[in-house]
Write a protein that binds this ligand. Structure first.
Ligand code: ATP
Ligand code: MG
Length: 450
C-alpha cells in the first residue's frame, strides 16, 4: 500500500526556521565579504569604486542581520511570526542586492549573477508557480534598474578600473542581451530548485505517512496480540491454582508448562513491540516533549517491584525530584523497565537492586544507574552486549528466559534522546548499567513542579 502524497506541500515550520538560520549565517559571510573586498579593492589595490556606499551597505546588512539574529533567538515564537520574519529577511536581502548591483555598475555589474543565488534560496520555500513568479520579479527589478540608469533618472555608477566605464548601460542591445541571459538563468534555476524542493517534501510526507501507518499497526498489534495471551495466561493460572477442579500430578505439570510458555510468549511480544517502538522512534523522529524523568523512573520501579518482592530481592529507589528531559513518557518507561527487569531477572533470590539518579545541572546531564548483585556477564562477551538478540552464555545456561532484544532497544531509544548508555559487569558479582540523558533547563523544571 502506498500512502498518497498531497499535490503541493508547504515547507514545514521546522524547515522554515532552519532556512532562516541558514540565511543568517550566510548573511554574516556576505556582509563581511562586501566590507573586506571593498576595503581591499579601494585601499589595497586602488580600484576606483563607491567605497562609502558599499561600506554603508555592508554595515546595513550586518546591522539588520544582528537584529534578525536576536529575533530568531526569542523563545517560543509562533509559527506565523517565524514565517513572516523569514519573508521579511528575503525582502531585506533583495533590497540589499539591488543596492549592491546599483553600486557596482547596474546592468553591467559583475555582482548581477548573485541575484540568482537569492532567487534559488527563495525558490526552496515556494511552490513551482511562486518560484517562477519570483524569477520574473527579479528580472523586472533588474530591468527597472537598467531602465532608470539608462534614462538618467538614477545616476549610473561606472567602474573604470574594471573596464566598465563606457555607455554600455545606455545601449539597447547589450542591455537586452544581459537581461535575456539573466532572466533565463533565474527562471531555470528557480524551476530546478523549486521542483527538487517539492519532490523532497513529497517524499518526506510519504515516509511520514508510511511511518504513521506502521505505528498504527504496532499499536493494533500490541492490543490484538497481548490481550488474548494475557487472558489465556489468566485462565491457565486459575486452572493451576485449582479453582476448577483438583488436577492430577501429570495435568499439573502440563498446565505449568503451558503457563510458562504463555509467559515467555507475553515477554516476547513485549520485547518485539519495544524493539519496533525504538526503531520507529529513530526513523520517524517524533517531536520530543518535556517529560519528568523521575516520575517515569518511579513508575518503572513500581511496575517491576512485585516480581522482585516475590523473589525477596530488595529494590532501592532514588528520592524523587523534578528532572526534565526531552523524551517521551512511553520511551523512558521502556528504557527503565527493561533495565530494572534485567537487574531483577539476572539476580538470585535475596539479592539487591539499587537504582540511583543524579543530576549534574551545571553540565546539563542526568545520570541514572541500575546496579544489581546478580550473575554478571563474562568479560569476553561484554563487547556484544548491546547487539540485537545477543544473550550471554551464563544467562543461557541458567535457563532464564529472554530474547536478547531488550538492551538493543534500550540503547536505540537512549541514543534517540541524545543520551549515552554504558554497562559494567563482573561475572558472579553483579552488573551496573548507566544511562546519561541531557537535562533541560532548571527554571522550567521548577515551574512544572510548582
Ligand atoms: P529480553 O529481550 O526479554 O530483555 P534478555 O534480557 O535476554 O531478553 P537483554 O535485556 O537485551 O535481553 O539483555 C541481553 C543479555 O545481556 C541478557 O541475555 C543477559 O545475558 C545480559 N544481561 C543484561 N542485563 C543483565 C544483568 N543485569 N545482569 C546480568 N546479565 C545481564
Ligand atoms: Mg532483558
Amino acid at each position: 500500500m502506498q500512502a498518497p502524497a498531497p499535490a503541493t506541500l508547504r515547507p514545514s515550520d521546522d524547515e522554515l526556521a532552519q532556512t532562516a538560520r541558514l540565511l543568517i549565517r550566510l548573511r554574516w559571510v556576505a556582509g563581511l565579504s562586501i566590507l573586506l573586498l571593498t576595503a581591499i579593492a579601494r585601499w589595497g589595490i586602488n580600484i576606483e569604486l563607491p567605497a562609502g556606499g558599499l561600506l554603508a551597505l555592508s554595515v546595513a546588512v550586518l546591522g539588520y542581520n544582528t537584529a534578525l539574529l536576536a529575533e530568531a533567538r526569542r523563545p517560543d515564537r509562533p509559527a506565523a511570526t517565524v514565517r513572516r520574519a523569514l519573508w521579511g529577511q528575503v525582502a531585506l536581502d533583495w533590497l540589499a542586492m539591488v543596492a549592491l548591483v546599483h553600486l557596482t555598475g547596474g546592468i553591467t555589474s559583475p555582482a548581477l549573477i548573485y541575484f540568482v543565488i537569492h532567487v534559488a534560496l527563495a525558490a526552496t520555500l515556494l511552490p513551482l508557480r511562486g518560484a517562477r513568479g519570483l524569477a520574473l520579479l527579479a528580472t523586472l527589478i533588474v530591468a527597472a534598474l537598467a531602465a532608470l540608469e539608462a534614462s538618467g533618472a538614477l545616476p549610473h555608477i561606472a567602474l573604470p578600473d574594471l573596464g566598465l566605464d563606457g555607455d554600455l548601460h545606455r545601449r539597447g542591445a547589450p542591455v537586452l542581451a544581459a537581461l535575456f541571459f539573466f532572466s533565463t538563468t533565474a527562471l531555470t534555476v528557480a524551476e530546478l530548485v523549486a521542483r527538487q524542493a517539492e519532490g523532497l517534501r513529497q517524499r518526506e510526507a510519504r515516509i511520514r505517512a508510511l511511518n504513521e501507518a506502521r505505528a498504527a499497526f504496532s499499536r493494533a498489534a500490541t492490543h490484538e496480540l497481548r490481550a488474548p495471551v494475557a487472558s489465556s495466561l489468566a485462565l491457565v493460572r486459575s486452572v493451576e491454582q485449582g479453582y476448577l477442579d483438583e488436577l492430577t500430578p501429570s495435568q499439573a505439570v502440563i498446565i505449568e508448562r503451558v503457563g510458562a510458555r504463555l509467559d515467555g510468549l507475553r515477554e516476547l511480544i513485549d520485547d518485539l513491540l519495544d524493539f519496533a517502538a525504538s526503531r520507529e522512534a529513530a526513523v520517524a523522529q517524533p517531536l520530543l516533549e518535556l517529560v519528568d524523568l523521575s516520575a517515569a523512573l518511579a513508575d518503572a520501579i513500581e511496575r517491576e517491584r512485585p516480581v522482585a518482592d516475590a523473589r525477596n530481592i530488595a529494590v532501592h529507589a532514588p528520592p524523587r525530584e523534578p528532572l526534565l528531559v526531552r523524551a517521551e513518557d512511553a520511551g523512558l518507561g521502556m528504557i527503565f523497565s527493561n533495565l530494572i527487569n534485567n537487574a531483577i531477572k539476572y539476580t538470585s533470590d535475596g539479592g539487591v537492586v539499587t537504582v540511583c539518579c543524579a543530576a549534574q545541572r551545571e553540565a546539563g546531564w542526568v545520570t541514572i544507574a541500575v546496579q544489581d548483585t546478580g550473575i554478571g556477564i563474562p568479560a569476553a562477551e561484554l563487547p556484544h552486549i548491546f547487539d540485537e538478540f545477543f544473550r550471554a552464555s551464563n544467562a543461557k545456561k541458567s535457563k532464564i528466559v529472554g530474547t536478547g532484544i531488550g538492551l538493543a532497544a534500550v540503547r536505540a531509544m537512549v541514543e534517540h534522546y541524545h543520551g549515552t548508555i554504558t554497562l559494567d559487569s563482573a561475572e558472579g558479582e553483579g552488573t551496573r548499567v548507566t544511562v546519561r540523558l541531557p537535562l533541560e533547563d532548571q527554571r522550567r523544571a521548577a515551574k512544572i513542579s510548582g
